[in-house]
Design a protein around this ligand. Structure first.
Ligand code: SF4
Ligand code: SF4
Ligand code: FES
Length: 237
């Protein structure tokens, strides 16, 4: 049986890589490898997953240097010389081993006013949003985010300036800016217009290249820049 040589980050920020040998199987995912190590070799290995089918966003890790969702990443796609190196996501503190602390990541969604706020009551008719409208299409292009943090961990600007809101929070803000039922438009544009907001993005696109859901935060951030500029010219900010 072929074995994989797997280096896994153990400990917190000051930890180190530890090597394991893991049997190789057909259709094996990176999450399968981590789970094998936890169940057979290191019962106290810390890592996170829930759905195993690409829905919950909790299993992202750094695999051979790149952030990826591990439950939908086949070993055959990323293995190099029969070896894998698995570490926690970058740009986040390490809780333990492969589990990164996503608190700041989600706090930034809140800072970007990432919560929907409408003004209808349950007694009103359902709001209809035309599927073909430009606003609805802009929302549709970004709404499937699963909050995995892959884009955030791949963003150099987050590394350089940790207060930058980052691609996921700004992508969320973009979907809400285009939601015709939402009433927080100006407030949200003010939240993303500051130094740590959309204007810090250098548009290089690592977020868009790595997003496992094929979303394009870069495009949404460019849209936010345009909306902020228009609102500023009209004196709405
Ligand atoms: S395009 Fe912007 S948000 Fe995306 S990785 Fe680059 S700097 Fe970060
Ligand atoms: S935009 Fe993509 S990479 Fe970023 S958190 Fe959402 S699903 Fe993950
Ligand atoms: S375990 Fe849910 S997305 Fe991977």
């Amino acid at each position: 049986m072929t074995t994989l040589n797997v280096r896994v980050w153990r400990g917190n920020e000051d930890g180190e890589f530890v090597s394991y040998e893991v049997p190789r199987h057909a259709s094996q995912t990176v999450l399968d490898v981590v789970t094998y190590i936890q169940r057979n070799l290191e019962p106290d290995l810390g890592y996170r997953f829930a759905c195993r089918v690409g829905m919950c966003g909790s299993c992202a890790m750094t695999v051979n240097g790149k952030a990826r969702w591990t439950c939908r990443t086949h070993v055959s796609k990323v293995v190099e010389n029969n070896a894998l190196e698995i570490a926690p996501l970058s740009n986040m503190p390490v809780i333990k081993d492969l589990a990164a602390d996503m608190t700041t990541f989600f706090d930034k969604w809140s800072a970007a006013k990432g919560q929907f706020k409408g003004n209808q009551t349950r007694h009103d008719e359902f709001a209809t949003v035309e599927p073909g409208s430009p606003e609805r299409q802009a929302v549709d292009a970004g709404i499937e985010c699963i909050g995995c943090g892959v884009c955030y961990a791949s963003c150099d600007v987050v590394t350089w300036r940790p207060d930058y809101l980052g691609p996921a929070a700004l992508n969320r803000a973009w979907t809400l800016v285009n939601d015709v039922r939402d009433v927080r438009g100006a407030e949200r544009l003010r939240a993303v217009a500051g130094d740590a907001g959309c204007h810090s993005c250098h548009t290089q696109g690592s977020c868009t290249e790595r997003c496992p859901k094929q979303l394009a935060p870069t495009a949404g951030i460019a849209g936010l820049k345009r909306k902020v500029a228009k609102a500023a010219i009209k004196g709405e900010l």
